[in-house]
Design a protein around this ligand. Structure first.
Ligand code: FES
Length: 315
């Protein structure tokens, strides 16, 4: 069911990140959610944009408001710019909260690692773990302290269970961090692709299983400087579409009226997975295993591109 939400308050947290308080348009209570949940908001772009819900204590039942933080992506699509143009009183259409990044019910410590705006679900997880009296430690890294949204509030709330890092003064050492973790720990990661890959690689090398590593992406894979246009042929109709640099397969096919199933558009939910009948995909997702990437028979069409001039997809 969709929700109509009204912007109640806005607060600029850093030069490019704003905190948005949303309430139900008629003043009704909002649907429950759990730490790690997000809402999908319509921003006028194809699909929706996902924003994690922020809470500073275990989420209450029937909340009266939702808090999200939005980073403006000047080089991205228009979704974040739309969110940065919002003014108090404006209405938004959103879906009810979903959670693909649940805190599991384990007694082992939780190690929470956030990079940049990826801190939003991590705050909610730390707050919930703290309220439940469970062992956790939160690591938050950013380019510099002035760019790290909510770092001061986190120091107040999580005190001894928080470590802050900045690229310019105190860079995070992910290998050392992973080596210091209890081997039974569960790792919860949210941040840019490069950081997630680095943590995941270090954790697997240190003996952590995939079941102990939980990941939420908060941005799409960035465009690469050597990206090239390529063609996509649909098996069902034989139609061929050109996917230009800066557009995804989903962007182009949706605009042409092709019916697709997708959700996150960030390469981490797996919903848009599509069979590749010929051609070589250029995988940019966080879903597929090494073997699946190597085989090249499936791909996530929300983020991945092509290494060959044409892909034939089972669409
Ligand atoms: S829509 Fe989520 S992986 Fe593509």
């Amino acid at each position: 069911m969709s929700l109509t939400l009204t912007v109640k308050n806005l607060q600029e947290l850093t030069a490019g990140i704003r905190l948005i308080e949303l309430v139900e348009q008629q003043g009704r209570n909002l649907p429950d959610y759990t730490a790690g949940a997000h809402i999908n908001i319509e921003t006028g772009e194809p699909g929706t944009r996902s924003y994690s819900l922020i809470n500073w204590s275990e989420p209450e039942k029937s909340p009266t408001c939702y808090f999200i933080a939005v980073q403006r992506e000047d080089g991205g699509g228009g979704g974040s710019k739309y969110m940065h143009r919002l003014t108090p009183g404006q209405n938004l259409v959103a879906a009810e909260p979903e959670n693909d990044f649940e805190l599991l019910n384990h007694s082992a410590p939780a190690v929470l690692i956030a990079g940049g705006i990826g801190v939003t679900p991590i705050i909610s997880m730390a707050a919930t773990l703290q309220d439940q009296g469970r062992p956790y430690h939160c690591h938050y890294t950013g380019r510099s302290r002035s760019l790290m949204a909510l770092a001061n509030d986190m120091e107040k709330h999580f005190a001894q269970s928080l470590s802050l890092y900045t690229d310019d003064e105190s860079p995070i050492d992910l290998d050392a961090l992973i080596k210091d973790c209890d081997p039974e720990s569960h790792l919860y990661l949210c941040g840019p692709n490069g950081m997630l890959e680095a943590v995941r690689t270090a954790a697997i090398a240190a003996g952590f299983t995939r079941e102990q590593i939980h990941i939420e992406l908060f941005t799409t894979a960035p465009a690469q400087s050597d990206d090239q246009p390529f063609e996509v042929e649909l098996k069902s109709t034989g139609q061929v579409f050109v996917i230009p640099v800066g557009k995804t397969i989903i962007d182009v096919l949706e605009a042409e009226g092709v019916d697709l199933i997708f959700d996150c558009q960030r390469g981490d939910c797996g919903i848009c997975q599509t069979d590749v009948l010929s051609g070589i995909p250029d995988h940019r997702d966080l879903v597929l295993s090494g073997d699946e990437r190597e085989n090249g028979k499936i791909m996530q069409i929300c983020v991945s591109r092509a290494k060959s001039a044409r892909l034939v997809l089972d669409i």
